[in-house]
Design a protein around this ligand. Structure first.
Ligand code: GRG
Length: 294
């Protein structure tokens, strides 16, 4: 196995272990904790925590600290997936190759499991479990809160919801995805960078630019694989966006132009990343985003 792939395998194990530890806590409601663990453990690519760790390398951040930050961000991601799959939203039966949360626990518990994950992330980041100076914690928490709410993921999801069945321009589609998918991915990268002592404002601007472009690339590839891969490979229902009459890069640009757009954006990202020292892991993950099949 190539050494970067080995790095990913070992790091995935560390993330899984940390998530398991963080989700082993007293609960007055075992069913709620079980529902949370069902959607958070043993599944998914963990691309957000991997990015947190890779970005931490650029600023000399501590690995354990980055694993805790990344795992907390993964909880937010899992909350968004649980809510996204609910009958009132995307109404999906399959996620990460298994029945969606509400199919097992019912709509109400699924909704509440998502809510609990949202706050658990901030509980961890603001606690002594995260060994960082208070000012750094506050910066990361503020960044993440912005990325999730009105100005980020939830705002993007709302635009998506309200525009279903309507024709969007490419600019409107891009704006929506920068919020819905891009904001959390961007935050996962910036949070890792902010956790390191070697913070440099100019470098931060560059990392921010790279992070935004990676968020966009992730979504373009998502739209492409939605039509090119099957349900078994994706672990979720294939061709869903098309069936739900959603605006996607493929619907607006056509498959081959969408593929060319992804190709050009990937090259641009790699070029920017290679200008940064200690960026080997970041490059590896950007490649993973581009070449992924699920
Ligand atoms: C309702 C308060 C409230 C909040 C929820 C539902 C929602 C707001 C936001 C949804 C955001 C969302 C689901 C965006 C899609 C992002 C996306 C492409 C998910 C797939 O991510 P991967 O490929 O999945 O990283 P894995 O399973 O690998 O983790």
């Amino acid at each position: 196995m190539q050494h970067l792939e080995l790095w990913r395998e070992q790091t995935l194990q560390q993330i899984e272990l940390r998530l398991t530890q963080l989700l082993t806590l007293p609960s007055k409601c075992e069913t709620l904790l079980e529902a949370i663990r069902y959607s958070c453990l043993d599944g998914g690519k963990r691309i957000r925590p991997l990015f947190t760790i890779a970005a931490g390398k650029l600023s000399g951040a501590d690995l354990t600290t980055c694993i805790t930050i990344g795992s907390s961000i993964e909880m937010i991601h899992c909350f968004s997936l649980i809510h996204d799959d609910l009958p009132i939203m995307d109404n999906d039966d399959l996620r990460r190759g298994k029945p969606t949360n509400h199919k097992i626990y019912g709509d109400a518990v699924a909704l509440l499991a998502g809510d609990a994950l949202n706050t658990l992330c901030f509980e961890i980041l603001s606690s002594a479990q995260l060994e960082l100076p208070a000012t750094s914690k506050l910066t990361i928490i503020n960044l993440l809160a912005q990325a999730i709410g009105l100005q980020g993921m939830v705002g993007g999801q709302t635009i998506d919801w309200l525009s279903t069945g309507k024709a969007l321009t490419l600019a409107q589609l891009q704006e929506m995805h920068l919020l819905k998918t891009g904001a959390l991915l961007r935050a996962s990268i910036l949070a890792g960078y902010l956790a390191g002592a070697n913070f440099n404002p100019q470098q931060f601007q560059q990392i921010d630019l790279i992070a935004k472009k990676i968020g966009l690339l992730f979504q373009i590839v998502d739209d492409i694989i939605d039509v090119t891969e099957d349900t078994a490979t994706l672990g979720k229902t294939a061709n869903k966006d098309h069936l739900q009459d959603k605006a996607t890069y493929v619907n607006i640009l056509g498959l081959s132009t969408a593929q060319k757009t992804a190709h050009d954006l990937h090259s641009e990202i790699i070029n920017l990343i290679q200008q940064q020292p200690n960026s080997q892991l970041l490059k590896f993950l950007a490649d993973n985003v581009y070449y992924r099949h699920s």
